[in-house]
Design a protein around this ligand. Structure first.
Ligand SMILES: Cc1cc2nc3c(=O)[nH]c(=O)nc-3n(C[C@H](O)[C@H](O)[C@H](O)COP(=O)(O)O)c2cc1C
Length: 325
């Protein structure tokens, strides 16, 4: 399939794997890229420019296809060395960057000069327009369904995507709640030129996370996510578990007095314990409502091939039949 997104990133299929903390290692990115999508290494998980440079080199050993790096600008306890990370990306010859969390204008000129294409992840039309105006090449429009940080507007993709299509000139992908060929065709119908998936890619053979995480996603339904940190205006959609229920209890108890320190035990530093050790009640971890649509653990190639075959069948079969009727 050819869209402005496949052209922009030089990929075969219009499918991107969004940056994911403690998931987006070289193994994940390479598997997605080898399957014809755009795999993404998560910069902040590596933390230092040296470790990111090493991860980029490892990924290059595993694939000769294009892959990208995610740079997330979020309130973190210790500010990362962003200039160093930008340099590691450029020096590593990476040609695609997914930015997220905050306006990327400070890093954009460096990427532009180096010929790196930037796709900025946004949860609203106004932020998408801002991204376009500062020179981003594309946008990843992340609806309220998404795993991770859906922003504070709560607009689901059924509204957000056509709204983005009405306003944007640069190409965009649909993100949040995407799982299969139906998601891809629906996204294309609403004006997107591809889709970005997070949660779906965690439940794959190559995802470098503990088996418990994959099993938890397969076992979960669409009712099993919760929104946390809303009182801090840093809302995150996570999989429910004992720690999350305790976090929500604390949020309710503290009300508007809630401070980050009150919930630090449930949110800070928990990712390695969950993703690497498989301790599923260690804390809050991002997960999308799309878990309700995930019931197997295929390879990335099986998943992407299946999505593309299903999309083709819908377009040339199911939809064409409606038209003929
Ligand atoms: C476990 C997990 C960790 C994530 N970490 C990040 C991150 O560090 N930076 C980022 O920009 N997005 C992050 N995301 C969001 C994804 O890149 C993607 O936008 C989102 O998962 C899309 O929604 P979906 O899960 O419904 O596919 C994360 C998502 C998950 C599930």
């Amino acid at each position: 399939m050819k869209t402005r997104i496949t052209e922009l990133f030089g990929i075969e299929h219009p499918i991107i794997q969004g940056g994911m903390h403690y998931v987006g290692f070289a193994e994940m990115a390479a598997a997605v890229s080898n399957a014809g999508g755009l795999g993404i290494i998560t910069g902040l998980t590596l933390g230092t420019p040296e470790k990111l440079a090493n991860e980029i080199a490892r990924c290059r050993d595993m694939t000769d296809k294009p892959f990208g790096v995610n740079l997330t600008f979020l309130p973190t306890v210790n500010a990362p060395d962003y200039p160093g990370l930008v340099k590691a990306i450029i020096d590593g010859g990476v040609k695609a960057v997914e930015t997220a969390g905050n306006n990327p204008s400070q890093v954009l000129p460096y990427f532009k000069d180096a010929g790196v294409k930037v796709i900025h992840k946004c949860t609203s039309v106004r932020h998408s327009l801002k991204a376009q105006s500062i020179g981003c090449d594309a946008v990843s429009v992340d609806g309220f369904e998404c795993g991770g940080h859906p922003g504070e507007d709560d607009i689901p993709n059924m509204i957000l995507l056509p709204r983005a299509a009405d306003e944007l000139e640069i190409p965009f992908v649909a993100s949040g709640g995407m799982a299969d060929g139906r998601s891809l065709v629906a996204s294309l119908a609403m004006g997107a030129e591809g889709m970005n998936m997070g949660t779906r890619f965690i439940a794959t053979k190559e995802a470098p996370v503990h088996e418990n995480v994959k099993k938890a996603i397969v076992a979960a339904s669409e009712l099993d996510t919760r929104l946390v940190m809303r009182p801090l205006r840093n809302t995150e959609r996570v999989m429910t578990n004992d720690a999350v229920e305790e976090l929500l209890r604390i949020e309710k108890e503290k009300g508007t007095d809630l401070k980050f320190e009150d919930i630090i035990e449930q949110v800070a530093g928990v990712y390695p314990r969950i993703m690497t050790e498989g301790d599923m009640d260690a804390g809050a971890w991002s997960c999308g409502m799309v878990a309700g649509l995930i019931d197997d653990i295929p390879t990335c190639k099986e998943l992407i091939d299946r999505i593309m075959a299903e999309a083709e069948e819908i377009i040339t079969g199911r939809l064409a039949r409606f038209q003929g009727a």
